[in-house]
Write a protein that binds this ligand. Sequence first.
Ligand SMILES: [Zn+2]
Length: 270
Amino acid sequence: MIEINRYGEIVQMMMGREMDGSVLYWTAAYLVDGLLIDTGCAYTADELAEYIGGQQVNVVVNTHHHEDHIGANYIFQKQGLPLYAHPLALPLINKRLPLREYQEMVWGYPEPTQALPVPETIVTENYTFRVLETPGHSSDHISLFEPEQGWCFSGDLFVSENQKMLRADEDIAGIIASLEKLLTLPVEELTLFTSIGRVFTEGKSVLRRYLDYLDELRGQVHRLAGENLPPAEIRDRIFGRETQLAALTGGHFSVLNLVEQLTGLAEGSS
Ligand SMILES: [Zn+2]
């Protein structure tokens, strides 16, 4: 399924596999001034190509290699469009990505494509996008920043002000450093366009709230860890219980992952 939202001249394409009348997980791609940022998952590739249809696309950039961001790359590559991603993403995008069972069910296998190393800036007809390295969610994660407009396309770096789960392979210290990097961008406010589909006109305020939340949570986790409680017990004391997603993803997404990462996070890191 694909749904279209507009934010001025920015088009947001929300995409996700539909099963039994509901979408399993929405991922957003964005089209602005001929720049396509991410391409959704394999299951929605044809719908995206059909929607894009006659619209002008000159260049495609992936924020990172995850399967819900590169699924329609091959269609645009066949059209001869340049395809860019962080150098660390290239070996993953350019061959068949290994997926867990739940990832195959929700997003499917993207067809491999020959992406190129993303340049430092992407210049479109009317805008110049700075490419920022923002690792943490994945080591190859980038964000795109347009300084004149204050737009920031932040991929999966930020999901929610009170995020309760983490992927097993996410790096919370990296996420915090990348969020702080966005806060130093030379604009008073950022309009944040996230891959989960949420758009914030007061992006810096939202990121500050998230960092404050993580700092508070780190303090709570460290206090309980100081009482020699194991991570699962700390999780239950703070959050009540594990999320159902932990079982569905074999622990790939879980509250426990967040607690374990915060346990190892030094004071003053957030
Ligand atoms: Zn991701």
